[in-house]
Design a protein around this ligand. Structure first.
Ligand code: FEO
Length: 397
């Protein structure tokens, strides 16, 4: 049975909806994911990308419902990451006439992943076009969005962009802007400067439809998602404070609450996040547009708590830039949690605005007053940072 979807006459989605995937290389996919592949039927037919290996048969069933597999001329590989390429061995066996169309870096990467000795390749360069007959495929390299070999494919006759990972979302629903933000924060953030270049490269293309490799196809709100990508590519902050913490017996939690109370004021979005009650994916998403962070941990074995360490590792790797921050936390007989967090914030090159706030066992009234005052200062910094960045409210806020 086929679940193909027609985008335009002769252009069909033939991918796979992975309802059950909950972990995408560490990114929590609460609502599953899709691997989008598209078929462009013309005088010569092209398959744009494939799916994850276990779903190759599903893709081939969808494809065979549209066209005789023996007539497919091209398989465009925009990106060698296995969520889009690992079905290629099965697909190339099933499409005897097809050539793989990709750039030289992708050709090399595919050769390192798969036995490609029997595959025929058409290696193209950025800006090159391939005529299918009535339609044309134009290829534009988008290095590091998401891998070095990544590219997008544009169909000028349809004003249609197959945008690969860019503009994608893990899952598909009315909440797609929110999902696009989560996707960006967890997958694309480290490559912001490349996103800026990609947006510049795509700026002149008339667009009516953007078909990413994950999630829903953009037919409306194209301007909004591009504006959002501009903001996200520079981690543009709004007046938002995030207080995140991991507590052992509640003391660090009391400090977090006092900091949050100090930060909460009209014009500032303040949030408090218990690390063990949340997950790294949601946390990273909050980091994408916040201006200021208070990060707390109790002390365990002269170090921060394990979930705080995981958060440092994950957030540090995503390289959110330009945030004000400070550390806080409780300790018993040996210090370590807040101090280690303080070092981690400095290593992330965030602007550490003060010494860590520490409490021996339960925070007393003076400590909580200090927390409230630090929260107020954090909110002021957040407002100043957002104003300096010229944050503009978007539809998706
Ligand atoms: Fe969806 Fe970078 O792969």
């Amino acid at each position: 049975m086929s679940d193909s979807i027609t985008l335009r006459p002769g252009i069909t989605w033939v991918g796979f909806v992975d309802w059950n995937v909950r972990d995408f290389h560490g990114y929590t996919t609460d609502r599953g994911a899709t691997y989008n592949a598209y078929l462009v039927q013309d005088e010569r037919t092209a398959l744009i990308d494939t799916v994850k290996a276990p779903f190759a048969e599903h893709l081939l069933r969808n494809l065979a419902a549209q066209v005789d597999p023996a007539t497919v001329a091209y398989v465009v590989c925009n990106h060698a990451e296995p969520d889009h390429s690992s079905a290629l061995p099965a697909v190339m066996k099933a499409l005897p006439q097809a050539e793989v169309v990709c750039n030289a870096k992708c050709r090399a990467a595919l050769g390192e992943y798969f036995d490609t000795r029997d595959w025929r390749f058409k290696v193209i360069q950025s800006g090159e076009s391939l005529s299918l007959g009535r339609r044309t495929l134009t290829f534009v390299d988008t290095p590091m969005v998401h891998w070095p070999e990544s590219m997008v494919t544009y169909v000028p006759e349809e004003k249609l962009l197959f945008s690969m990972d860019a503009f994608g979302q893990h899952y598909s629903s009315a909440a797609r802007f929110d999902e696009a933000r989560i996707y960006y924060a967890n997958i694309v953030t480290p490559y912001g400067t490349r996103v800026v270049k990609t947006l510049e490269a795509l700026a002149g293309l008339p667009l009516e439809m953007v078909a990413p490799s994950h999630g829903i196809i953009w037919r409306s709100h194209l301007g909004e998602i591009v504006k959002a990508y501009r903001n996200w590519s520079v981690c543009k902050p709004k007046a938002k404070v995030v207080v995140m913490y991991d507590s052992m017996w509640g003391s660090t939690g009391l400090m977090a609450q006092a900091i949050y109370e100090g930060a909460a004021r009209p014009g500032v979005e303040a949030k408090i996040i218990g690390l063990r009650q949340s997950n790294l994916t949601r946390l990273a998403t909050e980091m994408l547009d916040c201006a200021a962070v208070a990060f707390g941990s109790a002390t365990l074995n002269q170090d921060m708590m394990p979930m705080a360490a995981a958060a440092v590792n994950y957030i540090g790797g995503l390289r959110f830039t330009g945030r004000d921050a400070f550390a806080f936390g409780s300790y018993g007989w040996g210090k370590g949690g807040a101090e280690k967090l303080d070092e981690a914030l400095k290593a992330m090159k965030w602007e550490v605005m003060r010494e860590p706030i520490k409490s021996k066992f339960r925070p007393d009234a003076a400590c909580l007053a200090e927390c409230r005052e630090a929260g107020r200062a954090l909110a002021e910094r957040a407002q100043a940072r957002a104003a300096a960045a010229g944050y503009e409210k978007l539809l998706i806020d």
